[in-house]
Design a binder for this molecule. Structure first.
Ligand code: NZQ
Ligand code: ZN
Length: 448
């Protein structure tokens, strides 16, 4: 019955109409919620049981959801602009400059930042590691509090920016800082955070223009979201990315690509602007990603890649549309357990998740095939299969291996991943919350 056509009587008009059925969720074992698209593209939904129609009700077409769009981050894009720091941070601010393991010393970003800060009092905090650890961040919080810091400046990749956001929140509370980690996607109730700015050196996470962070605590990754942690400003200078090892460029391309997909390949809600921007970002990543990967000196490609990564997760394309994030939830577990870089985990999971969820995501997968990969030949099924294969081949072309066996993860390893997800309460994933742990297990086994 699924994804097939059938004739039903339209109760309102009495006319027989051909409907295209697409399963979007299950309410119980017997009753399935189905979205039906009529030939004339109007939508109704009804329940059916054992193939027979039990009830037809006219319901609202899935359309764009209500949304608030709020993004106060000032972007300063382009080369050699760090002297403009002076007008962005109060003159009398005592600033903590936070960075990671030293890449920002090698690419000159730190020096330019220190010069840009002029005569302000500056305290440095280094050593924020990839997948920032709660314990490291808490050392920074102690320092912020004892030094009476009033502005945080993150210089680095997603880990440094995320870590700084957490520090901004945690510095304003006196105890029980762990509690910030256990709220899922719900913001903490506190009313203030230290102001922060970013100098982004790795295009990937979009952290430079969003309110999210991800913190590792006792070998698990926890999202922390708060509108208080939107950076006041972020500098995006593509020349700082020239010192990135090739593999980090590849990770960043994969991460940004999957950010778009998680917000775009769900089910249609007629969000034309969001869809077309998402498609533009994906096409830009497909065009400019490999050039950036292959050529360190192509600054124009890097500019486009950098802005794509920011646009992929700054709230624009996700406004008013259903969002998935299952690939990320599974990927985070692979990073936490096996230390695989974030972008690489996503490139492993995504192609197999899309194959597994072909029915649920059918309409958007077809749109992805036709508009992003420009596939015009073949049946709808063939177009969808090709689009998923080309996505996987795209990751492979960046030397990203999309197989778990490459990391020696066997079926026992997969079982542990699934058990950990259960412990974390990650049991109902996807845009329709009907992707359970059995499906996670199937996806990972097919990615073996
Ligand atoms: O520590 P340093 O020396 O700076 O080296 C870093 C690090 O080893 C290096 N690097 C960064 N910029 C460089 C550079 N090396 C040379 N030249 C440069 N210009 O790259 C390594 C990886 O850095 P990291 O910041 O960990 O990478 P990425 O930006 O991919 O961030 C990954 C983190 O972001 C989280 C991930 O879970 C992970 O913890 N995410 C954050 C999101 C958000 N805030 O919205 C969403 C993402 O989906 C993601 O979950
Ligand atoms: Zn990501």
């Amino acid at each position: 019955m699924l994804n097939s056509c059938c004739d039903v009587v339209n109760i309102a008009s009495g006319k027989v109409r051909t409907l295209y059925l697409e399963l979007v969720g299950t309410t119980s074992q017997q009753s399935k919620v189905v979205v039906c698209r009529q030939e004339d593209t109007a939508f109704i939904s009804f329940n059916f049981w054992l193939g027979s129609i039990m009830h037809i009700s006219k319901q609202k077409v899935p359309t764009m959801q209500n949304f608030d769009f709020y993004n106060p981050t000032h972007i300063i894009f382009g080369q050699q602009r760090l002297n403009e720091l002076d007008k962005l941070i109060p003159c009398d601010a005592k600033v903590m400059v936070l960075y990671g393991g030293g890449s920002v010393k090698r690419n000159g970003a730190l020096n330019q930042v220190l010069e840009g800060l002029g005569s302000r009092k500056v305290v440095e905090f280094s050593g924020i590691e990839p997948n920032p650890q709660f314990t490291t961040l808490m050392r920074a919080v102690d320092k912020v509090q004892s030094e009476d810091i009033d502005f945080l400046l993150a210089v680095g990749g997603g880990s440094v920016m995320d870590g700084t956001k957490f520090i901004a929140l945690a510095s304003k509370i006196e105890e029980n800082h762990e509690s910030l980690l256990f709220r899922g996607f719900v913001s903490p109730t506190q009313h203030s955070a230290l102001p922060l700015g970013c100098v982004a050196t790795l295009p990937a996470t979009g952290s430079e223009m969003n309110m999210s962070s991800v913190v590792t605590y006792q070998d698990q990754k926890y999202p922390v979201m708060s509108p208080l942690t939107y950076p006041k400003f972020s500098f995006l200078d593509p020349t700082f990315t020239q010192t990135l090892p090739q593999e980090q460029i590849a990770n960043g391309i994969a991460d940004a690509f999957v950010h778009v997909v998680e917000q775009y390949i769900t089910y249609p809600v007629n969000a034309k602007v969001q869809d077309r921007i998402a498609e533009g970002v994906l096409q830009t990543l497909i065009e400019e990603g490999p050039t950036t990967y292959a050529n360190n000196d192509d600054i124009e490609a890097r500019e486009n890649f950098m802005w794509s990564a920011t646009m992929a997760l700054n709230g624009v394309i996700g406004s008013g549309v259903p969002q998935d994030w299952a690939t990320h939830m599974i990927g985070h577990e692979l990073t936490a357990m096996y230390g695989i870089a974030h972008g690489r985990t996503l490139a492993i999971v995504l192609p197999y998740l899309l194959r597994e969820r072909k029915k649920q995501k059918r309409a958007k997968l077809l749109q992805f095939a036709e508009r992003v990969w420009q596939i015009t030949e073949g049946s709808d099924d063939e177009k969808i299969d090709q689009a998923i294969d080309r996505t996987e081949a795209f990751f492979n072309s960046l030397d990203i291996v999309t197989k778990l066996s490459h990391y020696n993860i066997d079926n026992d390893g997969i079982k542990t991943v699934v058990q950990n997800m259960e412990k974390m309460g990650l049991t109902a994933l996807s845009e329709t919350r009907d992707l359970g742990l059995d499906t996670v297990s199937r996806i990972l086994r097919s990615a073996r």
